[in-house]
Design a protein around this ligand. Sequence first.
Ligand code: ATP
Ligand code: MG
Length: 895
Amino acid sequence: MTTAEIREKYLRFFEEKGHLRLPPFSLIPEDDPTLLFIVAGMAPLKPYFMGAKPVFPGHEGEHRRVVTCQKCLRVGDIENVGRTARHNTFFEMLGNFSFGDYFKKEAIAWAWEFVTDPKWLGLDPDRLYVTVYKDDDEAYAIWRDVVGVPEERISRWDEDENFWPAGAISEGPNGPCGPCSEIFYDRGPGFGSPDETGPNTGSGDRFVEIWNLVFTQFNRSGPIPGEGVLEPLPQKNIDTGMGLYRVAAILQDVEDFYATDTFKPLIDLVAERSGVPYKGALSVSHRVIADHVRAVVAALSDGATFSNTGRGYVIRRLLRRAVRHGYLLGIKEPFLHELAPVVAELLGDYYPEMKEQLASVQPAIRAEEARFLETLEQGIRRLESLLAGLKEGDVLPGEEAFRLHDTYGFPLDLTEEIAAERGVKVDREGFERAMREQVERARAASAFSGDVFAAAAPALERVFEDHGATEFTGYERLEDEGKVLLILQGEAELDRLEAGQGGQVVLDRTPFYAEGGGQVGDSGYLEWPGGRARVVTTKKSKQGLHLHEVEVEEGALAVGAAVRAVVDPERRCTEKNHTATHLLHAALRAVLGPQVRQAGSLVAPDRLRFDFTHAAALSPEEVRKVELLVNRWVQADFPVSWTFMPLEEAKKAGAMALFGEKYADTVRVVKVEGSPDTAGILEAEVRSMELCGGCHVRRTGEIGYFVITAEEAVSAGVRRIEALTGEAAVRYARDLLDRDAALARALGTSLEGLPQRIEKLQQELKQLRRENEKLAADLARAQLGGGGAPAVREAGGWRYVAAAFAGLDVPSLRQVADEILERYGVDLVVVGAGGALIVKVSPDAVQRGLAAGQVIRALAERTGGRGGGKPHLAQGGGFDVEKALAALDEVLAGL
Ligand code: ATP
Ligand code: MG
């Protein structure tokens, strides 16, 4: 049975039991910032276990029974990959779910039916074992009395094994939880470790857990850690997870899932590419590569990108680990990207995004592995030499591990893994200490950054406790009154700043926008009776206090003073650019497709920049379309509105959020909406809704004019657009027009005539070049013929012609040499002009041992100059031609 058939059977079985089949969810959790990747089939369905109404887009009514095949990525199992026969990082979990509908009896009976009935999986019941939570008599009784599993094959386990989340009763977390029950399959004595006698013993590869049924029936409350109180939930749920690949290995009767149909082509390709057969100790590397490349392709296809933090770092680690195992197999150039199409082929029928995104995923992988390979070799050498000085049982200092991380990009786990191969441990604490120290050094090095705030944390905390976060009024106005609550100078807290001094000032209320969300911090000035301070920029502390970086120009600024805070009017331009960024985002999605995702942005007063995921460069037509669309929305003068609402509500309404960005519970949603009906001139309506704390114009018309100035690559799969708005855009366009007009004037034509004029000039130039070449050849011929036939001379037994010319370039010189050789039938020709020298030898003379390269080198040695070439043709420069020709007799005689 193929893996795809097993998947389909599962989905169909539960459809027949009244379940709604849902397509897989993205690997990247949609609204769970605490989770890097989806780790189980239930993860994307969490809200329905907590009581949210189970309604699904495209399906009428409520659905309390759902079945899925969900892609999962468990970073926690990374160490197990390749070493156990049952763990992947990326794997597929089949699951049937009940949201307050059926419970234990049905879940257990159906699981048994599906696993044992020959119509479905048909596994031998005599090989199956089940476990239950020690106090779950209800489940025990169902297995024994309803299903008929013999008592000796049912075992009871404690909360560490058979409770979800594991150990939750005594350690938390609080929230929904419950006992679980697992099904194990005995693969026989040939598998696993010798001490394996049943479920949860030994290595776990003989008695393999294939399916876990979770009965979410309690709510835990109480201290953490500490004995929790379990109260029954009003709604009892079923959450199950069956490992697709584990079952496939059993049904296909192969050693492990690496030999099943969804892995084998990858393993084979690794073996072929490396020339290392898949067996023995090195086979771990084949498996690690096959596993990790699948995980990387899956994550990238769902919009993750390589980076140094969070999710991006996880996939970077996976990729680096795979590269390193390739290296162990002797593959020293980028090759993982060659596996990506195979992954897409193997998984793309069920997960079409893997096929759709391949065009951008593959180059991203290639670029990333190439970059890592560059430093890998040096890093390995460095680590090897460190390890050479250590013996088994020793500890590698943390600072060294950190240096490998810092200089060679070695993730800690990679260093640990290589060290472990020699029985050496790595000092993790030392590593983390070194990491912290470096972060602190970096902070100290930047004068005004988050760290200044860290140093001044107690003062900021106090101000925050007394007054709350700074009240920001800048969405509406550029001027406001505020009171000075705190003055900092780096770490120091001051009472006042005198004229000429600089520092950071916190006001209770301010119209100054603090840097964030891609928008730069505002500049401007503070004014009070008798004084004035320039505000260079504004940043925000983590408490939400705006810190104005000021330089006092006149008077003294003291804590408690009332000031007038005035933002530079250029902020209005920032607002234009920010709203334009949202419109650009919407236009890109309209023109290129909804898979376009924002990957970063910069909103400054004088320009904007927008990075987004897209495989290829935009064509000039696409750039034109995007620009035109934005300008149409600008001209339609749509209202821009913003509201504050709970995060959940905003997401439900479809507001676009940024990957990896943490949002507060209450978010600001900025909306631009308009349809062709109201505007009359639009091809496409705009529906832009983004979570955004930035400053915006009130109507799109304020943007005035939008022009794209550049479209370029940032990294593989990420493009960047730079653009201008308002007056800056008008000036830009005017400058271009002026420049073209000046060009046209200089070329004696009109603006419209410019392209034809340039084309004509280019043609004329080509023509002139051709004529020039012809003239040069004629000139050479004339010089040759003018003084009668050139003398055919002889030296060292070789007949030759030598001649110097005036005003010939190298190509003409070569042509002349050809002609002479043909016309006079000599052994060699040496011609020169203006320092250049050509030596040409007839094929016949080459046969007899004469080499042009040798001649020119001998000439150079004797008279100065340089040159070289093949036996029949050599060329050189820097010669005194007359002198070289005069030395020819001697040189030929001496050969
Ligand atoms: P194990 O103890 O074997 O690691 P688990 O208890 O972590 O398994 P669950 O969290 O209950 O597993 O997940 C449900 C099912 O998903 C398991 O029964 C198994 O079939 C499958 N599964 C879990 N982890 C992996 C993995 N890393 N690779 C492949 N399949 C897995
Ligand atoms: Mg596990």
